[in-house]
Design a protein around this ligand. Structure first.
Ligand code: SF4
Ligand code: SF4
Length: 355
């Protein structure tokens, strides 16, 4: 039986809830490499509640470092709105400070892995994700126009660096297939523990809605499917109608049937919780969304010959080896480039623009 912790918390006393989560879901961290992954959608003020709150991250980092780990990495790959702004996103949200020196731009180094060819034959995954012994995922309690909720399973979408996320959105084509593709990404490396920031949640048209809700809870589990079923139930959404939960159950990743879930705490539906306008019927053919995805997927880096010194730093740092030096100027292979913006970030001459 899956177990879900639901416990009261504020951002001031969140460490108690984090300690309780580790007590209920013990992990052996000694001498291991630990990746802690908050939800960092984009550079935003923490008051906007778009990202995991820094107090939650800080409490988890402080807890983990008491457990004698070999190393700690705090990282994420921001979403469609935040490509190329990894460090800025962490700084603006307060998550850089809360990382206590363990922040790493995990988009700088990635590894190609096989994927479900119904979507694409391979994806690039942050190498840190592949190499971590233990992954602790810190989702935010939020709504999402395409998936209704953004919780434990959706948080793993950030394991993919750069504009692959937009490309996969496009490859999925329909909301139903997007739900299925999310589970494919999640399965690449299932995290070991999930601690959800539901102290202040988001309702309405997430994942960046102005409608916030004081919920005053921290949720935790070692099973993402059951945890997302609880989040959906709290939001007033029947978990069994969410395609990504159906797919995750079919894949043997857990169960959304709450009769098979032990709740440690109290599960209550949040009164009058506002679900997204289309509650999962939001369509990838939505024109504004299509246009944004298109713009993000056609961008490619272009070095300025006047500024470029030919130092090759960008070529060395490209996570998918998409750049090569031709006539003393880096050239991009547009089919290989995942538009992660790392070359632009790293160029010492600021010679790269995205066109
Ligand atoms: S890092 Fe910048 S200066 Fe160096 S080769 Fe690349 S574009 Fe040119
Ligand atoms: S060429 Fe630049 S933007 Fe494209 S994948 Fe390489 S580092 Fe990322």
């Amino acid at each position: 039986m899956h177990r879900i912790m639901i416990t009261a918390a504020t951002y001031e006393n969140v460490r108690q809830a984090v300690d309780y989560a580790f007590q209920l879901f013990p992990l052996e961290l000694r001498e291991k490499t630990i990746l802690i992954k908050p939800n960092v959608l984009r550079a935003a003020n923490q008051e906007e509640a778009i990202t995991t709150h820094p107090s939650v991250l800080r409490a988890v980092v402080e807890k983990v470092r008491t457990m004698d780990p070999g190393s700690i990495i705090v990282g994420d790959n921001p979403g469609i709105f935040g490509y190329g702004e990894n460090e800025e996103s962490f700084k603006k949200t307060g998550l850089m400070e809360a990382s206590l020196g363990y922040y790493q731009n995990i988009g700088n180094d990635s590894q190609k892995v096989d994927f479900n060819p119904d979507f694409v034959s391979s994806v690039s995954l942050s190498r840190t994700v592949m190499e971590a012994d233990i992954i602790i995922s810190l989702p935010k309690f939020k709504t999402h126009g395409l998936t209704v909720i953004t919780g434990a399973i959706k948080n793993s979408y950030g394991f993919l660096p750069g504009a692959q996320k937009a490309k996969l959105h496009k490859a999925a084509g329909t909301p139903e297939r997007f739900h299925e593709m999310l589970v494919e990404v999640f399965q690449l490396r299932v995290p070991d523990l999930f601690i959800v920031d539901a102290v202040v949640g988001m309702e309405g048209n997430g994942p960046a809605s102005p409608d916030l809700r004081d919920i005053g809870l921290i949720l935790a589990s070692d099973n993402a499917v059951a945890l997302d079923a609880v989040i959906a139930t709290m939001m007033g959404c029947e978990p069994g109608r969410l395609r990504f939960l159906q797919k995750a159950k079919e894949a043997g990743l857990g169960d959304y049937d709450l009769s098979k879930v032990e709740i440690i705490g109290e599960l209550k539906r949040i009164p009058d919780f506002k679900l997204p306008p289309f509650s999962g019927e939001a369509n990838i053919s939505n024109e504004a969304l299509q246009e944004m995805i298109h713009k993000r997927t056609i961008l490619r880096p272009q070095p300025d010959p006047e500024l470029c010194t030919g130092c090759a730093t960008c070529i060395d740092q490209c996570p998918v080896s998409a750049l090569s030096m031709i006539d003393n100027l880096p050239q991009v292979d547009a089919d290989v480039c995942i538009t992660c913006f790392c070359c632009q970030e790293i160029c010492p001459e600021k010679a790269i623009t995205l066109r």
